[in-house]
Design a protein around this ligand. Structure first.
Ligand code: BT5
Length: 324
């Protein structure tokens, strides 16, 4: 669903600021020069800054850092993830949109994005603070051919992808806190929520929700999360392009899910453990019925946390809140 206007934006982005003549664009897209001009006007209305120089043509000065598919899709280096994108300025939760699309049969790799969520959610009906235009709030639909029991591994795979993407774009080195948090200097910048649609035949859809704080200042967060949250801008000291971040996240997500499907969880387990601040640390795991304290020794092939308590017993933790 990329329109000609979107494609033209992509062409100017690829030209990296050098001018492309109206005639050349007209030829490439098989449209008239007047039509080219109309698409340029449309882009300007969407917030693109385009210089038009006599005899030389059009060049891109700047593009809006919105998450609109027009600006995003031309940047993607993926085969499958992000080929279909659904974007809204404001929605309750991109998880809800993605679930709906998945039920309607949307292809694997579909991404739902929004500038703002009014009912962003975490695990166990917790609230996810999703300020307008400041972060990346997105849900990705996958349709992997694996048994439902393997679904939690995708949270770990996504966490590895997030660490790589954040490192690449900002230079900041984040850590993973089991199972679904990415922290920078002990504060949370990313939460991952993996949900399933399955039936007797297995997984119909896996919906990976990713919330990444990008350009918030501390005061942009709800007061309750201020003590525990951080953003890429707060940590790197620089405004970070959300478009660049989405490009990198989707790239690594595809790389690592491909690797997972081809090779299994083994290599990803090693990567995950190398990025994890949980493994090797003394932690407290809050379970629904009890709280266990001990050393987190590692994760199993299935992504289950192994916690050794003082009495020497090894506990398998499937789901819990971890304090360190
Ligand atoms: C998570 O849950 O960390 C998963 C969050 C997933 C959010 C994405 S955004 C796109 C998609 N659409 C959705 O509606 N959800 C997904 P959990 O581990 O339960 O952590 C939730 C806790 O994190 C909250 O109770 C707060 O303490 C804290 N929190 C809330 N908003 C935060 C934020 N923006 N940054 C850091 N921490 C936050």
């Amino acid at each position: 669903n990329i329109t000609v206007t979107h494609k033209l934006a992509g062409r100017l982005i690829e030209a990296k600021g050098t001018a492309v003549s109206g005639q050349q664009l007209a030829d490439e897209f098989g449209i008239s020069r007047t039509a080219v001009w109309k698409h340029i006007k449309e882009l300007e209305e969407q917030g693109y800054e385009i210089a038009s120089v006599k005899k030389k043509g059009y060049s891109l000065v700047s593009q809006p850092d919105t998450l609109e598919p027009a600006g995003l899709q031309p940047l993607l280096k993926t085969r499958m993830i992000g080929r279909t994108m659904v974007y809204q300025q404001s929605c309750a939760s991109t998880q809800i949109i993605a679930h709906q699309l998945a039920q309607e049969g949307t292809p694997a790799g579909t991404v739902a994005l929004a500038e703002e969520q009014t009912a962003g959610r975490g695990r166990m009906a917790r609230v996810w603070d999703s300020a307008y235009g400041k972060g990346i709030w997105m849900s990705i639909v996958l349709r992997p051919d694996v048994v439902p029991q393997k679904a939690p591994q995708f949270t770990l795979v996504a966490a590895v992808a997030m660490v790589r993407a954040i490192e690449e774009v900002t230079g900041v080195k984040p850590e993973i806190k089991w199972p679904n948090d990415i922290l920078i200097r002990g504060k949370k910048c990313t939460g991952i929520l993996t949900e399933l649609q399955s039936d007797a035949d297995g997984i119909q859809a896996l919906i990976i929700g990713i919330g990444l704080n990008v350009n918030q200042e501390l005061s942009d967060f709800d007061v309750q999360v201020q003590p525990i949250a951080t953003s890429l801008k707060m940590e790197s000291g620089k405004h970070v392009s959300r478009q660049e971040m989405v490009r990198a996240i989707l790239f690594y997500l595809e790389q690592y899910t491909d690797l997972y499907i081809e090779e299994g969880f083994g290599i990803l387990k090693v990567l995950w453990e190398s990025y994890s601040s949980t493994i090797g640390s003394k932690v407290r795991a809050r379970l629904p019925k009890e709280t266990l304290e001990g050393i987190a020794e590692g994760i199993t092939e299935d992504g289950v946390l192994q916690l050794r308590t003082a009495d020497g017993k090894l506990h398998s933790i499937y789901s819990a809140d971890i304090e360190m």
